[in-house]
Design a protein around this ligand. Structure first.
Ligand SMILES: *Cc1c(COP(=O)(O)O)cnc(C)c1O
Length: 429
């Protein structure tokens, strides 16, 4: 196992009792204010553990496999690996990152419905056996390059197809054909996987449909002599315990008994663990006049436009994918009672029409140099920050409170490779 210690790529700040995440952000803002005022990210590794505790207390029999695409920062992978999670990888970089953490290849699922030949060979060479598959072309590639693979068939769900606006996964209609093809090629099929995105309106109905479809595939598989025993119900869990309680346990009910049920919670684990601090670098006031002829009133509407040092071509790239970004908190802004809030919009630095991060929202009046703090920023792939942004990679500061750290050690998290990178931090609040 290659440790990060030889190549320390991250440092963890261990926070003494009483030091909060806000103190850490304050500290780095002061630091940044003295230098180039670069935006930065703060990651709370203790939050990952707390999510895991929540997961285990609500759905203890549902094995979590973390989709690396959600956030592949090495600290996240290391913590989740030592908490015993499995991993879902979509490419060679992700597989090797996870293997380097000492995760056994049995705990890795290679996802993606259209894999490069080199990736399939790489999986075979490294003993990664569980591969997702949804069509015959893929099946014949796998039978040629990785004959001992164990396939999870990707079943389509309406909700997933609606979100990606693409035919995704195989339908129940084509199922027998696909199973027969696998049989002819001598490839093992061991289970079914589906994904219901959290954007889905009627979760209960979506899970009911997907489960009954999965049941059919299991029966057909058994007919053909396959020993199918893995059901993967995908991700889409928001961070809410309530939603987890609603969606997941249904899948552990008797029709699927004897089957190992697993899920792919991505956002659930990482979203709340990361916050992003950006500074305001520009400000404009726009006044629009509306002539409401019918009412004969002249209405004036003022909006503040603020420009930040990062935008959609950086850490807010998920905005381009249609996700909305929650209104940030204003750093250290002591709102006095009389102070008003004003219609405001937040923009990235490019002056590009697409670079609007937050549409019209209500904020107190800001000044250039103020800092804004966006929470729940864990799911944009910190690695991707660097290639999309024309600025160098944002600094990421990892923290864990001593209290969480003791609990993590009890839970078996050792962070061996990171131990040498610990620094004890005391901030004066
Ligand atoms: C992105 C993705 C996930 C993770 O989704 P979350 O909403 O982050 O839990 C799981 N499975 C598949 C197939 C995905 O594409």
């Amino acid at each position: 196992m290659k440790g990060l210690a030889d190549n320390p790529s991250y440092i963890i700040e261990l926070l003494e009792g009483g030091v909060t995440l806000e103190n850490v952000i304050d500290g780095h803002i002061c630091e940044q204010a003295l230098v180039e005022k670069s935006a930065f990210v703060v990651g709370d590794l203790g939050a990952l553990m707390r999510k895991h505790v929540c997961w285990q207390s609500v759905v203890p029999r549902l094995q979590p496999y973390y989709p690396v695409k959600c956030n592949r920062s090495p600290a996240v992978i290391e913590v989740l690996a030592s908490l015993g999670l499995g991993f879902v990888c979509a490419n060679k970089t992700e597989v090797s990152l996870v293997l380097e953490q000492g995760v056994p290849p049995e705990s890795i699922i290679l996802s993606g419905v259209c894999k490069q030949l080199a990736l399939i060979k790489y999986a075979a060479k490294n003993n990664v056996q569980h591969l997702v598959c949804e069509n015959e072309a893929e099946l014949s590639k796998i039978s040629r390059l990785h004959p001992s693979a164990k396939l999870l068939l990707q079943l389509t769900t309406e909700a997933h197809a609606a979100e990606t606006s693409m035919a995704f996964g195989f339908s129940l209609k084509s199922c027998r054909h696909l199973l027969e093809a696998a049989k002819d090629l001598g490839v093992q099929v061991v289970g079914v996987t589906f994904h219901i995105p959290s954007s889905c309106q009627d979760l209960q109905q979506a899970y009911t449909h997907a489960l009954s479809d999965a049941r059919c595939v299991f029966d057909m598989g058994a007919d053909l002599g396959f020993n199918m025993n893995i059901l993967d119900i995908g991700g889409g869990f928001t961070g809410l315990e309530f939603q987890l309680q609603q969606a997941a346990p249904r899948c552990l009910l008797p029709p699927m008994s004897g089957v190992q049920v697993l899920a792919q919670p991505g956002r659930f684990y990482v979203a709340s663990a990361f916050s992003l601090a950006v500074s305001v670098i520009g400000k404009k006031v726009e006044t629009r006049h509306w002539d409401r002829l019918t009412q004969g009133v002249n209405h004036e509407d003022t909006e503040f436009l603020y420009y930040m040092n990062e935008g959609v071509y950086g850490p807010f790239s998920h905005k381009l994918l249609g996700k909305s970004i929650a209104v940030p908190s204003v750093h250290k802004h002591a709102l006095c009672a009389e102070e008003g809030v004003f219609p405001s919009s937040l923009w990235g630095p490019t002056l590009d029409q697409l670079d609007q991060v937050v549409e019209r929202c209500l904020l107190p009046e800001l000044s250039v140099g103020d800092w804004l703090c966006f929470s729940n920023m864990g799911v944009c792939g910190l690695e991707e920050f660097s290639c999309l942004s024309n600025t160098p990679q944002l600094p990421v500061y990892y923290t864990v409170s001593t209290c969480d750290w003791y609990e993590m050690q009890e839970a078996g998290v050792t962070l061996d490779s990171a131990m040498k990178n610990f620094s004890l931090v005391e901030y004066s609040a």
